[in-house]
Design a protein around this ligand. Structure first.
Ligand code: SF4
Ligand code: SF4
Length: 166
């Protein structure tokens, strides 16, 4: 599972990310059937992964480093590796330790740019105003950079319940 230079190949890093997500989903009480569906795998592969089989530990180490990157890099790198938006959403939501809260100001003109841009599919338009489903927001801030009216505010929710502005 290692290339001739000793580095994990992209598909093996994806396996490492899936392994970390599968372990976390198991801790959250999900069945192997649910995990297989969420990560687009078959059940026997999930079972092998959870038993530490068919995996390169170097790939898992690299995957762990990716999960600890800043939210934007974690999101974009995972999406680039998996080429799969749904799997990316599952991996990010399952493996990211931080939580975020998004708000949209009244200055929103409903242009929809943020909706099209959000890889986590956390934004929708309601009555021609953007609405953010915070439980899916990973704090990448791409929507903040994209919004032409500076209408989006994303805050990290700290464990003590306070918010930290971005
Ligand atoms: S990009 Fe800004 S103005 Fe456009 S819909 Fe999103 S929040 Fe509203
Ligand atoms: S920061 Fe914006 S673009 Fe990024 S996940 Fe949250 S809502 Fe989506």
């Amino acid at each position: 599972m290692i290339n001739t230079h000793g580095d994990p190949m992209p598909k093996h890093i994806v396996s490492g990310l899936k392994y970390i997500a599968a372990v976390n989903l198991t801790k959250q009480g999900h069945s192997q059937r649910e995990i297989a569906k969420a990560l687009n795998m078959n059940r026997s592969t999930v079972s092998h992964y959870l038993n530490g089989r068919n995996l390169s530990w170097r790939s898992i180490e690299v995957a762990k480093v990716i999960t600890e990157m800043c939210p934007r890099d974690f999101l974009l790198l995972t999406h680039s590796l998996t080429q799969n938006t749904e799997m990316t959403r599952t991996i990010i939501r399952t493996c990211q330790k931080q939580k975020f809260q998004g708000k949209v100001r009244n200055s929103c003109i409903g242009c929809g740019l943020c909706v099209d841009t959000c890889l986590m599919k956390a934004i929708s338009l309601r009555d021609l105003k953007a609405h953010i489903e915070s439980e899916w927001c990973c704090g990448c801030l791409i929507c903040v950079d994209m919004c032409p009216t500076d209408s989006i505010e994303i805050k990290e929710v700290e464990l003590d319940g306070n918010n930290r502005s971005n």
